[in-house]
Design a protein around this ligand. Structure first.
Ligand SMILES: *Cc1c(COP(=O)(O)O)cnc(C)c1O
Length: 400
């Protein structure tokens, strides 16, 4: 390679390292679950896992694994085609209809990931005559998706309804044709729930559409796990929902958009990540249908998840940690400094608790944290063990 370029890249990496921002991947040797084994210094260790998006514990659910295996036998390994050429099996349509029924929409369309769903949404549906009004804390894939579209862009500070209204007025004054408000249902780094009733009321007043990315909610929040629109009582007022099959709903891969029929029909014609990217593997489609069945019927799993959430929050607060407030299973332990967050993660790792430090650019500078996530895969003893490990590590590092 061009020597000068190679030197440049090496220097960028050295800067990342010097700022304490280098991310290192630890290798897990077991299925995803409440307890995992991973490689550390040439050895294997067991730990309680507090950083998976495995909210209902479905990532290694035996019925989902069995369903996926049966689909491997019955439908093969892969499709080797995009959907519209020869990549649509009855399984794919069954999954799309299952998602739509679960979320109370006319239809749904699958993508390889929700990153792609968000990459498709804005560019396909809006033109330079339209406006996207986006929450400042929205997921990176929404930000990139909005960048890909020619629509005019307006931003409001996280969940600031006054600013949202100001931006809606501005868009109106700018004479746009359609306005689309887009928000995460749950903001993944903070665990905050979007103010959907207020957003929908403003949308009605200003004649805007509402899109919610419910990746951190579908399957475990709201009645039957139907997500934040159900949780906040605005189910049918949200026009478009984007979601993932890579978190609560089995944790494998896949994304989706659910909406009224013509919106889904147009996405099938025009969405570039749909037209130019491979069809979801059949085993994943079959497994996801089973995962939705289990999630929909999983009141017991949701109860366990929320029980763990309350107890873990109380335990950490009693120990003296600074948390962000909230009720979702995302519980951020605020540390401020990126290096401290990494040290805390390492100290917990040594104590048998698997967590990840989050720091810039994933969260703002000076807002480094350990984002913990509860899971129905954890036992009550696991939660107690994790609280004790946090208290011990926190004292050792002078955090509490
Ligand atoms: C995880 C996540 C995504 C990306 O989902 P993938 O299916 O993993 O690509 C998009 N949006 C939000 C809010 C997420 O949390």
């Amino acid at each position: 390679m061009l020597g000068r370029f190679s030197e440049h890249v090496t220097q960028v990496l050295a800067d990342i390292e010097a700022q304490g921002l280098m991310k290192r991947e630890r290798e897990i040797t077991t299925p995803q679950g409440g307890r995992i084994r991973f490689k550390a210094n040439g050895q294997e260790r067991e730990a309680i896992n507090l950083c998976a998006n495995n909210y209902l514990g479905l990532a290694d659910h035996p019925d989902i694994v069995a369903t996926a295996k049966a689909a491997l036998d019955g439908y093969g390994y892969g499709m080797a085609s995009v959907r519209f050429i020869c990549g649509t099996q009855d399984l794919h349509r069954a999954l799309e209809q299952r998602i739509a029924a679960y979320l109370g929409k006319d239809d749904a369309i699958l993508f390889a990931a929700c990153f792609d769903a968000n990459g498709a949404l804005f560019e396909t549906l809006l033109t330079d005559a339209d406006a996207v009004i986006s929450d400042s804390l929205n997921h990176a894939s929404i930000i990139d998706g909005v960048r890909l579209s020619k629509a005019k862009r307006y931003r409001f500070a996280n969940s600031d309804m006054n600013e949202l209204e100001t931006q809606l007025k501005q868009a109106q004054a700018d004479g746009v044709r359609f306005k689309l408000i887009v928000t995460d249902g749950v903001f993944s780094m903070d665990g905050y729930v979007a103010k959907l009733p207020e957003i929908c009321a403003l949308a009605e007043r200003y004649g805007a559409l509402v899109a919610v990315d419910d990746c951190h909610a579908t399957g475990h929040l709201g009645e039957k796990g139907r997500g934040t629109p159900a949780l906040t009582g605005v189910g049918d007022r949200v026009d478009i929902v984007t979601g993932t099959l890579g978190k609560t709903l089995g944790g494998a891969m896949g994304g989706c958009i659910a909406a009224v029929q013509p919106v889904i029909d147009l996405l099938r014609q025009r969405a570039r990540p749909y037209l130019f990217s491979n069809s979801l593997a059949p085993s994943l489609a079959a497994g996801a249908i089973k995962a939705i069945d289990i999630a929909e019927a999983g009141d017991d799993l949701r109860e366990r998840l929320m029980g763990h959430t309350r107890r873990f929050r109380q335990g950490l607060e009693a120990a003296g940690f600074t948390l962000l407030p909230g009720e979702t299973p995302i519980i951020p332990v605020m540390l401020g400094d990126a290096v401290l967050a990494q040290k805390m993660a390492a100290a917990l790792d040594e104590r048998g608790v698997f967590v990840a430090g989050f720091f810039y650019p994933v969260v703002p500078q000076g807002k480094a944290r350990i984002r913990t996530q509860m899971s129905a895969a954890l036992t009550g003893e696991d939660v107690t063990f994790a609280i004790d490990a946090f208290a011990d590590a926190g004292k050792a590092l002078g955090v509490i």
